[in-house]
Design a protein around this ligand. Sequence first.
Ligand code: F0G
Length: 429
Amino acid sequence: MTIILKCLNCKTEYPADAVRYRCDCGGLLDVRHDLDALRPQVSRALFDGRAAAAPAPHPSPLTDSGVWRYRELILPASETDIISRREGNTTLYHHPRLSEYVGVGEFFAKHEGENPTGSFKDRGMTVGTTQAKRIGARAVACASTGNTSASLAAYAAMAGMPALVFIPAGKIAAGKLSQALAYGAKTLQIDGDFDDAMTLVEKVCNRLGVYLLNSLNPFRLEGQKAIVFEILQGFGWNPPDWIVLPAGNLGNTAAFGKALFEARELGLIDRLPRIASVQAVGASPFYQSFKTDFREHVTMKAETIATAIRIGNPVSYERAVRTLAWTNGLVASVTDDEIMDAKAMVDGAGIGCEPASAASVAGTRKLVRQGIIHPDDTVVSILTGNLLKDPGATVAYHTGEWQNARLANAPVQVNADVDSVQRVIERVI
Ligand code: F0G
């Protein structure tokens, strides 16, 4: 193999097919590519050619998947091992009302909720399950606030592998729970929060020899790098000034920095966008650590309406700190009211997203108001999950259960006769 695993801390190296998620010293692992060997092999033209290739009668992930199109930079797997659902190729929306809302003319929202199971997790999971197949894993597992479990369940089902998911009981959105059950994952509801489930699943995987597919697993992050490669390619390899994303377990923050660093090392781009990671105030350990210049590593008991990012002890902390160093990045935090109003704006533009995703839009708006992002910057904000994931939060907002809903579109009770309906319509039109 042309790749190895390497500890971020002590730099110990392991073979790429080792079944391990941490170094013996406890440090996080990176997938390391031989960038010198890759440099002459990859180019903008190579990736542009693949993106332009018309889908064949028998589609191939090597051209059609927005992950495997960049396979040299992700995982050099053979086509027969790849478990793919044509991930990626997501839309970069540009909408005047959203530009006005955040205060940036060149504002774009990349909708990762358009992936096969409705979130960006599919980008990591196609790589994670492919690696699971390559090493002959007998089963796969994850802890999740919902989207990872939905994605794992689907990809494991496609691969014919048993899947175990650990979720905080009563704390994941209905759409996500329904997916895990429907795709046939053995679903374990834990009496505790995501952080408890995460600690538990790592122990279980180590004891039972089940392959762990949380973003602790570095192969997951390799797939998520493709979000950045697609953005860069979408901008003709001329990077935007900012990439703003919601942050929970910090997998994406970690993956984005690594993607940008490698893209520059390989000559695909010549400067790096700044990364802004956005947390919910009630689940903001990374923001609070950032405020101390990372002298303190803060953890907390997390609470937020954005259940996807209800995480108090993020696993990829060190990797995410590295991303901020590489990209001159920063961390912001937004209130649940700001998240829900931003979500209503995204939804009302006809685009739609789940609450956690809207943190990136709310965060952009806040950073513009603070004078950190400039109105003439080019900004890409990541919408991480689909509107349909969390119908409960959306309905609560619009029906009066969410107290400070500034943009509620309440349903109207109307008698079933034409006169009554006409009266309602005349008020609207
Ligand atoms: N947005 C959504 C919709 C998510 O589902 C998640 C994470 C994030 C943002 C945060 O991304 O963890 O890379 O910082 N969801 C995980 C899960 C934790 O279990 O589905 P991150």
